[in-house]
Design a protein around this ligand. Structure first.
Ligand SMILES: *Cc1c(COP(=O)(O)O)cnc(C)c1O
Length: 367
């Protein structure tokens, strides 16, 4: 048996012909940067999300950084964000010169614990950067309310949650700005790096559009200290093809997740808010003797990953912030116990059955 964590080749088979045609078209037109394909993708993705504006950028990390810059977050400011996420959520905050202020996650949803945000707000807090972790919606409506009451901005890290919803509204469209990543293994993945921001605010949109393009408002007129961070047209044409499949792929991920949940005995998994829908970017379980179970699965041909083994507050790069083990016990316990099981739309039923069978067998023998 050999079941990979993710197999993009199975996805490519469905879209290869269309993507190759789209790439040839771009190459023939020689329109590689800020061309029509990008504009079309931005329009189509905005429509998909139900957002007024989308601006394609070079990566999710750049999207988060430019979003914070457009909102005026910088030196001396504090931004509240979960302790357990991919490091990029916090890197964007430090990149603009602000300080990340971490909050523990909830032990059932693994999302930022909204009840612990208020106590972290100081007179330096400028924004909240919640993450829709693993593709499931966090309690973004509660977070928005806290932000409103305290006059804070909200940047949603929706980099794992393309198509997830809360009360039928797409994640990324709740706060001032939402950010997506098109890293190849994301639910909507490019053939390289890519990202986008979405917003309903035309001023913020114009600001990010300028920042991504050397800060210019008109050719050779540079009003802002910008960067070069554009989603290129080759990536955009690939994303346009794949966007049409996203809902179907997410439905399959949901079916796989439901199979896992129905059949897995004695392991804990992420709870999705009943008002929400996950796009299951990651399906993870918690198991106390995590490393032994991973080796057992590996020996039996099943590849798993860990998202993420070290919470952000304990990463070496944030040593100066002086957090210590024990500061965020739920995040730390999760980081010690989490295992991400194979999850991609083309994973077959018999593969899920094999994975579940092995896990249940192991757990039963090791109680
Ligand atoms: C992937 C990811 C990012 C960063 O996106 P890149 O495109 O890789 O820069 C940010 N936050 C989260 C939660 C992610 O999963």
């Amino acid at each position: 048996m050999n079941i990979p964590y993710i197999d993009l080749e199975r996805q490519n088979k469905q879209v290869n012909a269309k993507i190759n045609a789209a790439i040839s078209k771009v190459v023939k037109k020689q329109s590689f940067v800020l061309g029509e394909e990008l504009e079309e993708f931005e329009t189509e993705f905005a429509e998909y999300l139900g957002s007024k504006y989308v601006c394609g950028v070079n990566s999710g990390t750049d999207g988060l950084t430019l979003a914070l810059r457009a909102l005026g977050v910088g030196k001396g400011d504090e931004v509240i964000t979960p302790a357990q996420s991919f490091i990029a959520s916090a890197l964007a905050i430090t990149e603009v010169g602000a300080t990340p202020v971490f909050v523990d996650i909830d032990s059932d949803t693994y999302q930022i614990d909204a009840t612990k945000i208020q106590e972290k707000i100081t007179n330096r807090t400028k924004a909240i950067l919640p993450v829709h972790l693993y593709g499931a919606p966090c309690e973004i409506d509660k977070i928005l309310k806290i932000a409103e009451e305290n006059n804070l901005k909200v940047v949603e890290d929706s980099c794992q949650a393309h198509g997830a919803t809360l009360d039928n509204k797409k994640t990324g469209t709740f706060g001032e700005i939402g950010v997506f990543s098109f890293y190849p293994s994301k639910n909507l993945g490019a053939y390289g790096d890519g990202g986008a921001i979405c917003t309903n605010d035309s001023a913020l949109f114009n600001e990010v559009m300028s920042l991504r393009n050397y800060g210019q408002t008109k050719k050779y007129h540079h009003d802002h200290l910008g960067v070069n961070s554009r989603l290129d047209d080759l990536q955009a044409c690939i994303l346009r093809v794949k966007l049409k499949y996203l809902d179907e792929w997410n439905r399959k991920r949901n079916q796989i997740a439901n199979e896992y949940k129905k059949k897995l005995a004695c392991t804990k998994h992420q709870e999705v808010l009943t008002r929400g829908e996950s796009c299951y970017h990651i399906f993870n379980i918690e198991y106390p003797n995590r490393d032994a179970l991973i080796s057992y699965l590996q020996k039996n041909g099943i590849q798993t990953l860990i998202h993420y083994p070290i919470p952000i507050h304990l990463q070496k790069c944030y040593g100066e912030l002086n957090y210590k083990p024990g500061d965020f016990p739920v995040s730390e316990a999760h980081a010690r116990q989490t295992i991400s099981l194979p999850m991609f739309s083309e994973l077959e039923n018999h593969e899920v059955t094999s994975i579940v069978g092995l896990i249940n067998q192991y757990v039963n023998e090791n109680i």
